[in-house]
Design a protein around this ligand. Structure first.
Ligand code: SF4
Ligand code: SF4
Length: 491
């Protein structure tokens, strides 16, 4: 049964929205970068093999690189142009990681290299539709970046009953999904309908925060003719965009700890992903661009833009009028969960939904004080954790203690740090602790593997020694036998 509760989950906060900066302007389509930088290493670490060489001409939509595993989504050219170089270049990864990158020089021709006429999707089988999604290189555009085709295939295997389409967009400043819903409602609904066919789910619910009344209205109108798709308003409460909290808000059900929503027969996808699915299945268009919010008090002309994948962040800032003199911090993503941008040469990848330039007044003072045990972080935590306890264990590198307090379940949502009156950088502590715990786990795995390899080696050496001994004994016995036979003859 679908329920709508006033406060649908414990914890959560109402951060200042700042959405007015961009919510009322149409999505701009005038970003035309001269050079695109397409990383051959994906966010999940998988590596792509280039299919083109330096000097080769490429067409808009052409397959440029692919990987060997299912977890690598193929990469397509966002423009017509030429491969100018293949070299190490900085990525949008928060560590400032460099990796092998295709540099494409655009020739400004906006036409697709291959024009596929729209097909009658009702004639396609679910498997054919799924293949088109896989071929299009679509990943979840809500930020997680997981390959969408793999998610849809898994959902079909697990026989999910409900598709939950995430139009929550709870992070402050970000309005790209809100604008997309208002400007491409029909495409989104068509994509959701296709996803219903692929997964075999019986119904889809498009969940939208109640601070987006225009989106709720247009999406409702767009799916009016379909019994299987409905719209549900959810309260604007951060972090409503988290899969776990959206499922709880819409269905009243809790995803068991450590599991995904498919465990409840529910698959969650983002609204922008639904639009990409529609384009992939109906027009065979690969994912080559996405809508990104560029906002914050430190940018001259905040707005939402269609951005070709691989566009350098510097070009984005330029298209939005450039930085103001009081710009203090650049962030990829929202202010709650986003990561500081280390280089404006880094290109946009498929999982970046926003670039924020925060002014000095928007960046909170960093001076932190001792914990006053006020408990506000505990009240704000949507996962029911005790952030101040986890932080105090992390501070003395007692990661086991932090794990006892449930750090493994921390979403790094930043709600606790937002409300902390002592300005303790709680989320930074948890990022650090999670990194350290991961490293310890990897080391433990490595030493287990090393131990296994050592045991296997000594077993092998022992067996080889025994085999050698047996061979030697057999050889000696063979040599003795003629002598014994001669002796026997003498007798
Ligand atoms: S960052 Fe972690 S501890 Fe803090 S509120 Fe979010 S889930 Fe809770
Ligand atoms: S909100 Fe800050 S000061 Fe209050 S208990 Fe939590 S960590 Fe301590």
């Amino acid at each position: 049964m679908i329920t709508m509760l006033k406060r649908p989950f414990p914890g959560g906060i109402h951060p200042d929205g700042h959405k007015d900066l961009t919510a009322h302007n149409k999505i701009r389509k005038d970003i035309k970068p001269k050079r695109l930088f397409l990383s051959l290493q994906q966010r999940n670490g998988t590596i792509l093999r280039p299919l083109v060489g330096v000097g080769e001409s490429v067409g808009k939509g052409q397959l440029l690189a692919k990987g060997i595993s299912d977890m690598c989504v193929p990469l397509h050219s966002p423009v017509n142009g030429i491969v100018e170089d293949i070299k190490q270049h900085v990525t949008a990864h928060p560590s400032g990681l460099k990796c092998k990158t295709l540099v494409i020089k655009s020739n400004d021709n906006p036409l697709w290299a291959v024009a596929y006429p729209p097909c009658n999707v009702t004639k396609l089988s679910p498997q054919e539709m799924l293949q088109r999604v896989l071929d299009a290189g679509i990943v979840g555009l809500g930020g997680a970046g997981f390959p969408s085709g793999i998610k849809l295939r898994l959902a079909r295997q697990k026989k999910i009953h409900t598709l939950l389409i995430n139009g929550g967009e709870c992070e402050p400043y970000i309005t790209c999904d809100d604008r997309l819903m208002q400007e491409s409602a029909a495409d989104i609904v068509a994509g959701v309908d296709i996803m219903l066919t692929i997964t075999g789910a019986k119904q889809a619910i498009i969940a939208i925060e109640d601070n987006k009344p225009s989106s709720i209205e247009v999406i409702k109108t767009a799916c009016d003719h379909l019994d299987t798709i409905s719209v549900q308003a959810v309260p604007s409460l951060y972090p409503m965009g988290s899969e776990r909290h959206l499922v709880k808000a819409v269905t009243g059900r809790l995803i068991p700890p450590g599991q995904l929503s498919v465990a409840l027969g529910i698959l969650v996808h983002n609204v922008a992903t639904a639009k990409s699915v529609y384009h992939a299945v109906s027009y065979r268009r690969p994912l080559i661009d996405r809508v990104i919010t560029i906002s914050g008090g430190g940018i001259e002309q905040p707005g939402n833009f269609v951005v070709p994948i691989g566009t350098p962040i510097a070009d984005l800032l330029g298209a939005a009028g450039g930085l103001k003199v009081n710009a203090e911090r650049l962030i990829a993503g929202g202010p709650m969960m986003g990561q500081i941008i280390r280089s404006t040469f880094a290109p946009v990848d498929k999982s970046i939904g926003a670039v924020l330039a925060l002014s000095d007044t928007e960046v909170k003072p960093q001076q932190s004080h001792e914990c006053v045990r006020c408990g506000r972080c505990v009240t704000a935590c949507p996962m029911g954790l005790m952030p101040f306890q986890m932080a105090s264990h992390t501070r003395i590198s007692d990661f086991e203690g932090a794990q006892d307090y449930g750090i493994d379940h921390c979403l790094l949502c930043g709600a606790c740090a937002y409300v902390c009156p002592s300005r303790i950088p709680l989320t930074q502590y948890f990022h650090h602790a999670k990194g350290a715990i991961n490293a310890i786990r990897q080391m433990a795995n490595k030493s287990t593997v090393t131990r296994k390899l050592a045991v296997a080696r000594s077993d092998r050496l022992e067996k080889e020694a025994e085999a050698k001994k047996a061979a030697k004994a057999a050889k000696t016995a063979k040599r003795r036998r003629p002598a014994r036979r001669a002796k026997e003859k003498e007798v």
